[in-house]
Design a protein around this ligand. Structure first.
Ligand SMILES: [Zn+2]
Ligand SMILES: [Zn+2]
Length: 330
């Protein structure tokens, strides 16, 4: 079937819609197909459609007025296409909070294994810089000058976090929420409901970690009523599109669960290229299983290696060696 019979259903379209429609419906836009004479006529009609702004589409003998369902279907498809375009084209750069405030380099992933928060002011620095600061004999927080010894006691550290919570620091609120979620800290009882309220508040104030966490919680029903649509929404529009790496990876996992391998690979390519090892491993498995192309894997591997290289520094390498020596890990 050519494009002729379909285009009669549409009266006025935007140029973008016409281009999409033409490419989707017209088999003669495929170079390998040779148009026959009658079909060529329809093909020309489609080209006319392609060039009109806005496009008044041909009507050929059919009753006036397009079928409502066809128009609504097309509208929905176009909206979904535009939504996807935004989803896949945004969030390729890591967010501001993923960079060390001293050396300004992106922090290796997962960040909790390579960086720490100064609880006095809730600022994140990489372990390389933390070690370098200590080596220079600085015993105070490099940002707010609070003595390190003050934050070593758990109760004092909790008091510092609570002080930041009063000042509406989103990371402090998220941190306190985590403490309530896991429990076990002196002077603080495990309270899941309170943890959720705090995470919601942190998310509203802009904490991407809190948003990601809530997305996972709603999707799996952890501590909240299970709501997959809400969980998915938290992990897409609000977080992955802002560059949050774990959320982008989570989207890939969700699409894989639904058997949407093409969509899954598109998400995970993005997270792998900023240095997320689990994503790289997933793309490798997808390639082995025939769900990703060799070129995609090769390009992703190169992107991943470049990102890892960019995150290296002398101080970070040294901190890594020291940790390996102390904790026996790489
Ligand atoms: Zn640093
Ligand atoms: Zn501080």
């Amino acid at each position: 079937m050519g494009c002729g019979p379909n285009i009669t259903y549409i009266h006025i379209m935007t140029k973008a819609a016409a281009i999409w429609f033409y490419r989707q419906r017209c088999p003669y836009s495929q170079p390998q197909m040779k148009p026959r004479v009658r079909a060529r006529e329809q093909h020309c009609d489609a080209q006319e459609l392609f060039s009109m702004i806005p496009c008044r589409v041909l009507r050929r003998g059919l009753p006036e007025g397009p079928p409502q369902a066809a128009q609504e279907g097309l509208q929905a498809t176009l909206e979904a296409e535009l939504k996807d375009e935004r989803l896949y084209s945004q969030g390729h750069e890591r967010p501001e909070g993923d960079f060390c405030l001293i050396c300004t380099l992106p922090i290796p992933l997962p960040m909790y294994e390579h960086s720490a928060f100064a609880v006095c002011c809730m600022k994140r620095i990489c372990y390389g810089c933390a070690m370098a600061v200590g080596r220079r004999g600085m015993l105070n927080c490099p940002f707010c000058r609070t003595p390190h010894s003050d934050s070593k006691n758990e109760a004092d550290a909790l008091a510092m976090v609570q002080k930041r919570v009063e000042k509406k620091d989103s990371e402090a609120i998220f941190s306190l929420g985590n403490k309530y979620y896991h429990g076990g800290e002196p002077g603080l009882q495990k309270d899941i409901q309170k943890a959720v309220v705090l995470r919601e508040e942190a998310a509203e104030l802009g904490s991407l970690e809190a948003l990601c966490n809530l997305g996972v919680a709603y999707y799996h029903g952890k501590g909240v009523d299970k709501d997959k649509a809400k969980g998915y929404s938290y992990s897409t529009v609000k977080v992955a599109m802002q560059g949050h790496v774990e959320s982008r990876y989570n989207l890939g996992v969700i699409e894989t669960e639904h058997g949407n391998h093409y969509r899954a690979v598109r998400h995970i390519l993005i997270s792998a290229k900023v240095g997320h090892k689990a994503s790289l491993d997933t793309i490798k498995r997808a390639f082995m299983g025939g769900h990703a192309m060799k070129e995609q894997y090769a390009k992703t591997l190169k992107g991943y290696q470049d990102a890892v290289e960019e995150m290296k520094s002398h101080d970070r390498d040294e901190a890594k060696r020291r940790f390996a020596k102390i904790f026996g890990r790489n």
